[in-house]
Design a protein around this ligand. Structure first.
Ligand code: IPD
Ligand code: CA
Ligand code: CA
Length: 263
C-alpha cells in the first residue's frame, strides 16, 4: 500500500514513540509488584513519547502548529496546519499492564481533519487514514460494521470515574443503551475505541468529557471507513466539543436517539 508523504511522517513519529512506550510498558509490568508502584514511571513514559512525536514531526514539518496533551498548544509559522497529539491514550490501562493503549496523531489543515495515525504497539496495530483516501489497519482497508439494529450491536463507551465527569448522566445513558444492545464495552482508550469502530469491531461508541487530542485521529478514521462521528447534538464539527457519538449511519442515528431519552 503506497502511503502519502505526510502519512509516512506521522507513521514514523507514532511508531518511534510507540516503540519507546512498548519498552516502558515492559518495565511497568515489572514495577506492578513493587511497593512504590509505577505511577511516576508512567508519567515519564508519557512525556518521553510526546517529546519523540514532537521532535519527529517538527523536524519533518517545521512550520506546523501543535496541540499536545502534555505540552499544550504551540503555534506554527505556516498558520494552516496543526497536529493534535495524544502520546499515550489509555494511560490507566498502561499503568495497570493492560495492553490497550496508543499513540494518536491527527492533522488539521485550515481547521479540517486531513490525516490520522493511531498506533497500538502492544498489538502491533497501525491505523491510518487520509481525507478522501480511506482508512487502513496495517495494510488492510477498513469499513465500519454493517449492522443496522442496535439489538445486534456491541457498543463501546467511556465511563467516568473518581473525580471525573457526570456520574448521574453516565448511569442514565448506560441504562438507556444497555437495554437496546447486545453488549457494551469500556476498553479505556478513546482513540482505539474510534479506531475499532472504523475497523468494524465495535458497531458504535459514545463518550463525554473528551479532549481534541483524544478523538481527532479517530474521527477521521471512522469517517474514512464510511461511518459518522458527531457530537451528541449531531453536529459534525466535533473535535472541540468534548463529547462524541460514532457508528455507521443507522447505528449513529439510533445511538443519538437512545442517549437523548430522558431519565
Ligand atoms: C483517556 C482515555 C479514556 C477516556 C478518558 C481519556 P488518557 O485518555 O481516552 O478512554 O475515557 O476520558 O481521558 O488520559 O489515557 O490519555
Ligand atoms: Ca487521551
Ligand atoms: Ca494521554
Amino acid at each position: 500500500m503506497a502511503r502519502s508523504a505526510i502519512i509516512n511522517v506521522m507513521v514514523q513519529a507514532a511508531m518511534k514513540a510507540g516503540r519507546s512506550l512498548a519498552r516502558d510498558f515492559g518495565e511497568v509490568q515489572n514495577l506492578q509488584v513493587s511497593m512504590k508502584g509505577p505511577g511516576d514511571y508512567v508519567s515519564a513514559a508519557d512525556r518521553r513519547a510526546e517529546q519523540i512525536v514532537h521532535q519527529e514531526l517538527s523536524r519533518a514539518r517545521p512550520g506546523y502548529g501543535f496541540l499536545m496533551e502534555e505540552s499544550g498548544a504551540i503555534d506554527g509559522e505556516d498558520g494552516q496546519h496543526r497536529f493534535l497529539v495524544d502520546p499515550l491514550d489509555g494511560t490507566t490501562n498502561f499503568l495497570h499492564g493492560i495492553p490497550i493503549f496508543a499513540v494518536s496523531i491527527g492533522l488539521e489543515r485550515q481547521g479540517q481533519l486531513v490525516a490520522a495515525v493511531i498506533f497500538n504497539p502492544a498489538m502491533d496495530e497501525l491505523y491510518t487514514a487520509e481525507r478522501g483516501g480511506g482508512a487502513f489497519l496495517n495494510d488492510r482497508r477498513l469499513r465500519v460494521a454493517a449492522r443496522k439494529n442496535l439489538s445486534d450491536c456491541v457498543i463501546a463507551t467511556g465511563i467516568p470515574h473518581l473525580g471525573r465527569g457526570d456520574h448521574g448522566q453516565a448511569l442514565v445513558e448506560l441504562r438507556n443503551v444497555m437495554g437496546d444492545v447486545s453488549g457494551i464495552r469500556r476498553a479505556g482508550s478513546a482513540a482505539l475505541d474510534l479506531a475499532w469502530v472504523a475497523a468494524g469491531r465495535y458497531d458504535g461508541f459514545w463518550e463525554h468529557g473528551l479532549s481534541p487530542w483524544d478523538i481527532a485521529a479517530g474521527v477521521l478514521l471512522v469517517r474514512e471507513a464510511g461511518g459518522f462521528a458527531t457530537d451528541q447534538k449531531g453536529d459534525h464539527e466535533v473535535v472541540d466539543k468534548r463529547d462524541i457519538v460514532a457508528g455507521n449511519e443507522a447505528v449513529h442515528k439510533a445511538l443519538l436517539k437512545a442517549l437523548a431519552r430522558p431519565a
